[in-house]
Design a protein around this ligand. Structure first.
Ligand code: ATP
Ligand code: MG
Length: 566
């Protein structure tokens, strides 16, 4: 491709609202442009990389026995109503009406569509298992679209769905696709980890997320410093064995704590440690009020609350409503003498607290010498807090450390959530009707592209791995007005293309400095410069990643490039 014929609008300045490297560089190097918040055009270079990522995904999915199809992005509301998600998915689902006032959604994901499709076409165990996938544009009205392609409102996903007659079959396909995913992200050169995850609204049990390790990741991974245990922080169980001190129980006493609201304020005011405080948070769990207690130095993990109640929705109650229920807004909440319709659950650490401190449900007052079970009732003691660095690793090996990750892929065992809700059944060997068992598997294709850009760059620009680079070779005649340079470049361009190489030739009438800066910014693996020595048949080869420069005669060029590009 000649640069005069394509569109690579590079920028010198860093675009104002692009906070992270990949977003800045993909814009600056002309790989993409923003249309509206979270919505982007892939420019020719971006589209080429996207195709390369897609090709890797396709190859690995096909190898794993999945078959590609393409489902509509425009989805009738009825499917979503059947599964119930029309009512629970929330504002992330983009909804619209057609001219006849029928409701539709733009596909955020395709469980509903694929389940309806397979239920109509597959009736017998003989057609199972079946794994289908597609690479398609998805729509999610994200609350905070940011970091460019990492969190878009319109983005490209590979989504796969598997259907099974029994659990073993699902387990086997899950494992295959887990391997396929590992292959995809390895082939993209990414530094990643598969971590145990929460199935959230999807309603599954077994699930893993593929996380690219990166400072700018929005997810926190809890991993063991000695074993290969790794989990999404929400999912890591806390296995600390708490010891109860033998201190004598003091008598409950209400104390004045004027203006002391936060845990730290109260602790320092009462000259004690946060770990002697009981932190109380009022949640609405579906329709029920639940007061959740954790130790003052711990944080409530609402996913654990949600999973304990098997609830659809867990929300912190706002201050006004809290005041109505407990008699006090946040700052002095506590479990003592509260209405019987509020259920109290507590983290395991609270069970072993002796002579603790809690809010008195009265502004500016706390109780001291608070003792669980003596002073208030607890419906259940369970693990409710976030794991912390230094806690023992849940697999029994080593201690927990944290890292940040970008979720690029997700594999779930869905079970029968959708097949039951949508009546996707098959006849088993005995002629009995059974709901199909399902799995689903997503890769953020455009997010993966951004994750690669985030990992592979330097101060001059992008540094593409050879297999994902939009072109392999950047051929640069320094001065297009110099006939011998222009001629030699043209000749090499033809030759390299004939050798099957993907070449981008900068045939623009620009200054050398501009061409080189753009070339570094775009980041193709190898640059071939045709300069002053063109008339002697000598060119310069520069490796983008190392900066290494080699001078050679054009007769050696093809061989050398083949070596360099593998
Ligand atoms: P996140 O927690 O980042 O919002 P998710 O759990 O909502 O992700 P899934 O529903 O599992 O994501 O979607 C499958 C894959 O699609 C994710 O692993 C991710 O790589 C990608 N993805 C999800 N949301 C976006 C988005 N807004 N922009 C780009 N890619 C996304
Ligand atoms: Mg999401």
């Amino acid at each position: 491709m000649k640069q005069s014929m394509t569109l690579i609008p590079t920028l010198r300045e860093v675009p104002a609202d692009a906070e992270i490297k990949s977003h800045q560089l993909l814009l600056r190097a002309g790989f993409m442009r923003q249309n509206s918040s979270g919505v982007y055009s892939f420019m020719p270079l971006g589209k080429k990389v996207l195709q390369k990522v897609e090709a890797i995904v396709r190859e690995e999915m096909d190898n794993a026995g999945a078959v590609e199809l393409l489902m509509p992005a425009l989805q009738q509301a009825e499917f979503w109503q059947e599964s119930g998600r029309w009512y629970t998915y929330g504002p992330e689902l983009m909804r619209l009406k057609d001219r006849n006032n029928r409701e539709f959604a733009l596909g955020a994901t395709h469980e509903e569509v694929v389940t309806s499709l397979v239920r109509d076409e597959v009736k017998s165990y003989k057609r199972l298992p079946l794994t289908v996938y597609q690479i398609q544009t998805k729509f999610r009205d994200e609350q905070r679209p940011r970091f460019g392609l990492l969190r878009g409102r319109e983005f490209i996903m590979k989504d796969a769905y598997s259907f099974h007659a029994n659990q073993e079959s699902l387990d086997a396909v899950y494992e295959n696709l887990y391997k396929a995913y590992s292959n995809v992200f390895s082939r993209c050169g990414l530094d990643f980890r598969a971590v145990i995850a929460d199935s959230g609204a999807m309603g599954g049990k077994d699930t893993h997320e593929f996380m690219v390790l990166s400072e700018i990741g929005e997810d926190t991974i809890a991993y063991s410093d000695t074993s290969d245990y790794a989990a999404n922080i929400e999912m890591a169980p806390v296995t600390v064995k708490y010891e109860k001190s033998s201190e004598e129980l003091g008598s409950l006493e209400k104390v004045h704590t004027p203006g002391q609201k936060s845990i730290d304020d109260v602790a320092s005011f009462l000259k004690t440690d946060a770990s002697n405080l009981i932190k109380s948070l009022l949640f609405k769990v579906d329709e029920k009020y639940v007061l959740v207690l954790v130790r003052g130095d711990h944080e409530v993990n609402d996913i654990k609350v949600k999973n304990f109640y098997n609830a659809e929705i867990v929300e912190l109650v706002d201050p006004n409503e809290t005041k109505e229920v407990l008699g006090c807004a946040v700052g002095s909440l506590g479990p003592i003498n509260i209405a019987s319709y509020v259920e109290v659950i507590a983290d395991l650490a609270v069970e072993s607290m002796v002579n603790g401190i809690s809010g008195a449900n009265e502004e500016d007052y706390h109780y001291v010498n608070v003792n669980p079970d003596r002073d208030f009732n607890v419906a259940n003691y369970i693990d409710l807090r976030f794991i912390q660095e230094g806690d023992p690793s849940p697999d029994g090996n080593g201690h927990i450390k944290f890292a940040k990750g970008i979720e690029v892929g997700h594999v779930f065992k869905l079970g029968t959530k959708y097949s039951e809700a949508m009546n996707a059944t098959f006849l088993d060997e005995n002629g009995r009707s059974q709901p199909m068992i399902m799995g689903c598997y997503g890769i953020g294709v455009s997010r993966t592209l951004a994750a690669v850009a985030e990992q592979f760059n330097d101060e001059k620009g992008l540094v593409w791995p050879t297999n994902l680079a939009p072109y392999q070779v950047h051929l640069i005649p320094v001065n297009m007005k110099d006939e011998s340079q222009a001629e030699l470049a043209e000749k090499l361009y033809g030759e390299l293309k004939k050798q099957g190489m993907d070449v981008l030739m900068d045939d623009r009438h620009e200054r050398a400095g501009v061409k080189f800066a753009d070339s570094d910014l775009i980041g193709l693996p190898v640059r071939v410069t045709v300069g002053k020595k063109a008339s002697d048949g000598i060119v310069e080869v520069k490796i983008r990643k190392t900066g290494e420069v080699l001078e050679m005669e054009t007769v050696e060029l093809v061989q050398k490039l083949k070596e360099l590009l593998g």
